[in-house]
Design a protein around this ligand. Structure first.
Ligand code: OAD
Length: 254
């Protein structure tokens, strides 16, 4: 594991308000494919606009539905990894801590994180394809999208943000407010390529926050970050959170 800069630990220990933005890289070590990894990523093997868009769903609802059923099973079989657990522990060290995720797998919540802001929705939830109203039934064993209970022409669809769809306004507002008031923003496991999520760390910096990036690869954000740490989340996060806790004189209860 790489060396953690002492000045970064001091800044984290002194911070009053912390914002964390996570991406698919945080769930990679739970066995869930990321999107843009050139070899195994979801977008390396499938065309996003065909499978993760309203047009794609209209064109071929069965194929899109079956792709999501496959991803849902991956998510159900997955377990939170040490990065998720470390972020749950980190939340308890700060009075003002906001966790915003682009991930739709719910693993932060399963690790024990509270009040998680899901920018892109949650793959395990369904909603009506016409009205957008929630549908409680998980439809686990359905191999094609059942008809929606909310509209005669509606179908079940995953409650996730598709390409070309707007994010939920209040969710985006809450994320931007957290960015405007945080002292430190951590961007963990995201390629920082998809807007508006990618702008959240920059918004934090424009409002005076320090920026930490954790990613084994460089991204468009790396050159802006105050600290850009080339390591994996599951390796680095547990040590980082333990160092913050001991620096605050509050050793973690394991
Ligand atoms: P990407 O697949 O674009 O990027 C994943 C990032 O995680 C890459 O920069 C990897 O280098 C990094 N990574 C891989 N393994 C890691 C590890 N073990 N620890 C830390 N980082 C690791 O995924 P996202 O940035 O999350 O949108 O993609 C953002 C959005 O694009 C997704 O939410 C999805 C997709 O279209 C929607 O679903 C709306």
């Amino acid at each position: 594991m790489i060396q953690l800069p002492a000045d970064m630990i001091d800044s984290l220990a002194a911070a009053e308000s912390v914002l964390v933005l996570t991406g698919a890289g945080v769930s990679a070590e739970s066995g869930i494919p990321t999107f843009r990894d050139a070899r195994h990523g979801l977008w390396a093997r499938f065309q996003p606009q065909d499978l993760a868009s309203a047009d794609g769903f209209l064109r071929d609802p069965e194929t899109v539905w079956q792709w999501y059923q496959w991803r849902r099973q991956l998510v159900r079989d997955a377990k939170p990894n040490p990065a998720h657990t470390a972020l749950k522990d980190m939340q308890r060290l700060y009075a003002d801590f906001t966790l915003v995720t682009q991930n739709v797998d719910g693993l932060h919540q399963r690790a024990g994180s509270g009040d998680v802001i899901e920018l892109h929705g949650n793959i395990l939830r369904n909603k009506c394809s016409v009205t957008g109203r929630p549908i409680d039934d998980p439809a686990i064993d359905q191999d094609q999208p059942p008809p929606s209970p909310h509209h005669p022409r509606g179908l079940y669809r995953p409650d996730v943000v598709w390409f070309g769809e707007a994010l939920h306004a209040t969710i985006l507002t809450r994320s931007c407010q957290a960015a405007e008031q945080c002292d430190i923003c951590l961007s963990i496991g995201t390629s920082a390529e998809v807007e508006p999520a990618a702008s959240i760390p920059r918004l934090a910096q424009e409002n005076g926050a320090r920026l930490i990036e954790i990613n084994p690869q460089t991204t468009a954000l790396s050159r802006h970050a105050d600290w850009s740490l080339r390591d994996t989340a599951a390796t680095l996060m547990p040590t980082l959170v333990e160092r913050i806790a001991s620096s605050k004189g509050r050793p973690l209860m394991r």
